[in-house]
Design a protein around this ligand. Structure first.
Ligand SMILES: C=C1C[C@]23C[C@@]1(O)CC[C@H]2[C@@]12CC[C@H](O)[C@@](C)(C(=O)O1)[C@H]2[C@@H]3C(=O)O
Ligand SMILES: O=C(O)CCC(=O)C(=O)O
Ligand SMILES: [Fe+2]
Length: 342
């Protein structure tokens, strides 16, 4: 019998060490060129098949992307005692290892921010000693551009679904009360992982995002994996100039299950750090989340009980990362299973 001893650095993190089937880089994620006339149809097909797609020709200035990444790296390179001044995440603020309020952990550091009405000087952004305002401006510029791109994508979704009111989805995010947030994730490299050949270190455990859509950009380090319809996990090839757009739980409900929110996770790397920035587009807290009437066939019934975003968000914050949160709101199965039990 081979006994694999665990490196001391990982002593407190044995929950994060998993054996995940090795996967090559997956070439199947649909790529949508937003400047092409068929973009709306490709987006709808991708949301049905994968719950995720990659967008190029998105119009977000590359300069906004690289500036924010550089600022974020500067923040995550600060001494721990400095970064801790911006924490703990409750849920917003700086967090390290702990994700959410219910005991989830990951090989990760992050900053979580509310994006509405405006990111003024959030404490995490004011930590950078020289020129904290540069960090704030970088976040503002980036989010403004990403939001505009997201609004356009959601209009294409509505159009592609044949809905007359093109802003039926985007208006939930353009609303000044939209409950959206923004996350900068940093996954430090973990050289000790090399000693654990064949095993992986979980950076961010498997989950679906609760909102309408999430818009992710990362550096060139891989690690993001998605779960396909047949249950296999595949690694998404990183592309630092593109965005990956995920279907969230609310969009699954609004399409009465036609789109599925994508299950995803992040594995840490032995040598390269991964940095990602994600805009989570959520509706106003009081918004009722239900299938869009124009998408329902005659006699079709909602698969879900009616709920507001506020109710769903509260319920999400009582759940663990891997829980199947929509289970509590399905008409047929009133239980909360973990995603892997589905
Ligand atoms: C464990 C948790 C972290 C999370 C809130 C939750 O209780 C369950 C959902 C998690 C998630 C996943 C997507 C986003 O990263 C996030 C900000 C969100 O809206 O839901 C996180 C939450 C978090 O980290 O606070
Ligand atoms: O960091 C990533 O690439 C994905 C993280 C994620 O899924 C999240 O923050 O919800
Ligand atoms: Fe996520």
């Amino acid at each position: 019998m081979v006994v694999l001893s665990q490196p001391a650095a990982l002593d407190h993190f044995s929950d994060l060490i998993k054996t995940c089937k090795p996967t090559g880089l997956f070439a199947g994620i649909p790529v949508v060129d937003l400047s092409r006339p068929d973009a709306k149809h490709r987006i709808v097909r991708a949301c049905e098949e994968y719950g995720m797609f990659k967008v190029i020709n998105h119009g977000v200035p590359l300069d906004f992307m690289t500036t924010l990444e550089a600022q974020a790296l500067k923040f995550f390179s600060l001494p721990q005692s400095e970064k801790d001044k911006a924490g703990p995440a409750d849920p917003c603020g700086y967090g390290s290892k702990r994700i959410g309020p219910n005991g989830d952990v990951g090989w990760i550091e992050y900053i979580l921010l509310n994006t509405n009405p405006k990111i003024t000087s959030h404490k995490s952004l004011s930590i950078l000693k020289e020129n904290p305002e540069i960090f704030c401006v970088a976040v503002e510029d980036y989010i403004t551009a990403v939001k505009n791109m997201t609004f356009a994508v959601l209009e294409m979704v509505a159009d592609g679904l044949g809905i007359e009111q093109r802003n039926v989805l985007s208006k939930l995010l353009t609303d000044e009360k939209s409950d959206s947030c923004f996350r900068l994730n940093y996954y430090p490299p973990c050289p000790e992982l090399q000693a654990l050949s064949g095993r992986n270190l979980i950076g961010f455990g498997e989950h679906t995002d609760p909102q309408i859509v999430s818009v992710l950009k990362s550096n060139n380090t891989s690690g993001l994996q998605i779960c396909l319809k047949d249950g296999t996990w595949v690694t998404v090839a990183p592309d630092q100039t593109a965005f990956f757009i995920n279907v969230g739980d609310c969009l699954q409900v609004m399409t009465n299950g036609r789109f599925k929110s994508v299950k995803h996770r992040v594995l840490a790397d032995t040598v390269s750090s991964r940095i990602s920035m994600i805009y989570f587009g959520g509706p106003p807290l009081s918004e009722k989340i239900a299938p869009l009437p124009s998408l329902m066939a005659e006699g079709e019934e909602s698969l879900y009980k009616e709920f507001t975003w506020s109710e769903y968000k509260k319920s999400a914050y009582r759940s663990r990362l891997a829980d199947y949160r929509l289970g509590l709101f399905e008409k047929s199965a009133p239980v909360m299973l973990s995603n892997s039990q589905r």
